[in-house]
Design a protein around this ligand. Structure first.
Ligand SMILES: NC(=O)c1ccc[n+]([C@@H]2O[C@H](COP(=O)([O-])OP(=O)(O)OC[C@H]3O[C@@H](n4cnc5c(N)ncnc54)[C@H](O)[C@@H]3O)[C@@H](O)[C@H]2O)c1
Length: 304
């Protein structure tokens, strides 16, 4: 099998990531079928992808014609057999649960052609956790997107049983859909960027939970030295404080580290109040105009 043999991409799960990945593949000329178990989700996904196309047109990234052509390449269904029967490449974005992912891949292994390559967009799991359940472990790897609106970086993480030929095809496919592949040489929960960013967030949480400095000053320190537009607390607001808390709490319980337990409690207070970050309009900052994005934020500590 070569890259040229991939014509139809099946996206399993029409949520936040399924929409972005589906649209990105369609923009690059692939026929895309999006499958979800929830009918209502397909309607939402259709609206969100139209909105996404609109923002790409507004920013000059696509023209009316190219955006329209991409949307026309996308079809959606809740019928698994119809969705999978002609798939050459599968990208799975169902919720982060290894049992569910395993069940979904086993279901589509029965439906999809034998040559189809299966990939998972998992954020925190590793592919060997459900490689056997796919029924085609040698044609399976993690293929992890970030937010395609802001970055082209993509992780490719094979498990020990993935065939080198399949890794090569996935790498070529990543380039074909305009992404910049980062190839992991070994399985690592959290890939490369996520592994680094979670350490940064952990340090920022400890500084705030121990009342070493204010949330704003912690972000100022990072932004002022690294010359970035956002600091760790702004980043956690954009990921979603609930999501970050879940990861923090999970690891705090596994490693039984008192500082991580304290960090989880610090984050939980925000979750309990419903202050989940950008998506709820309030987190460590208030939105849509967070203080850190205002001109002069880094220098403004001198004003207090
Ligand atoms: N949100 C992010 O920023 C992000 C980034 C990278 C990777 N991921 C990963 O991508 C995956 C999906 O995340 P998301 O944020 O898009 O989730 P989401 O909750 O927005 O979407 C999940 C979708 O899967 C559907 N679904 C549930 N069970 C299904 C089944 N059996 N078959 C088909 N569809 C089913 C749901 O109806 C929903 O539409 C997760 O593994 C997550 O860790 C998320």
């Amino acid at each position: 099998m070569n890259l040229e043999d991939i014509k139809t991409v099946l996206i399993i799960g029409a949520g936040t990531m399924g929409q972005q990945i589906g649209f990105q593949c369609a923009v690059s000329g692939f026929d895309v079928i999006i499958y979800d178990v929830a009918d209502g989700m397909l309607e939402t996904a259709k609206n969100r992808m139209e909105k996404l196309a609109g923002t790409y047109i507004a920013s000059g990234r696509l023209t009316d014609e190219t955006a329209g052509a991409a949307l026309a390449k996308i079809s959606m269904t809740t019928d698994a057999r119809k969705a999978g029967k002609s798939a050459d490449f599968v990208s799975e974005s169902v919720p982060e649960d290894p049992m569910l992912k395993g069940r979904v891949f086993a279901q589509f292994n029965e439906i999809c052609p034998a040559h189809a390559i299966f990939t998972t967009n998992t954020s925190s799991l590793v592919p060997s956790m459900f490689a056997q359940a796919t029924g085609r472990p040698e044609r399976f790897a993690a293929f992890h997107f970030h937010d395609t609106r802001v970055t082209r970086i993509i992780d490719i993480m094979p498990h020990p049983g993935t065939s080198p030929e399949v890794v090569e095809i996935i790498e070529a496919f990543a380039c074909k859909i305009g992404q910049i592949p980062i190839l992991l040489k070994t399985e690592n929960a959290g890939y490369v960027f996520n592994a680094m960013i979670m350490e940064l967030c952990k340090s920022a949480q400890s500084l705030a939970a121990n009342d070493v400095a204010s949330i704003e000053d912690i972000d100022r320190a990072w932004m002022g030295v690294m010359h970035t537009l956002v600091g760790p607390f702004g980043i956690m607001d954009s990921i979603g404080i609930d999501t970050v808390w879940k990861v923090t709490d999970y690891w705090a319980k596994i490693v039984k580290n008192p500082q991580q337990t304290k960090n989880a409690a610090f984050m939980k207070a925000y979750v309990d109040r419903g202050d989940l970050g950008e998506k709820t309009g309030k987190g460590f900052y208030t939105y849509p105009d967070p203080a850190y994005a205002k001109p002069g934020f880094v220098a403004s500590s001198g004003d207090r």
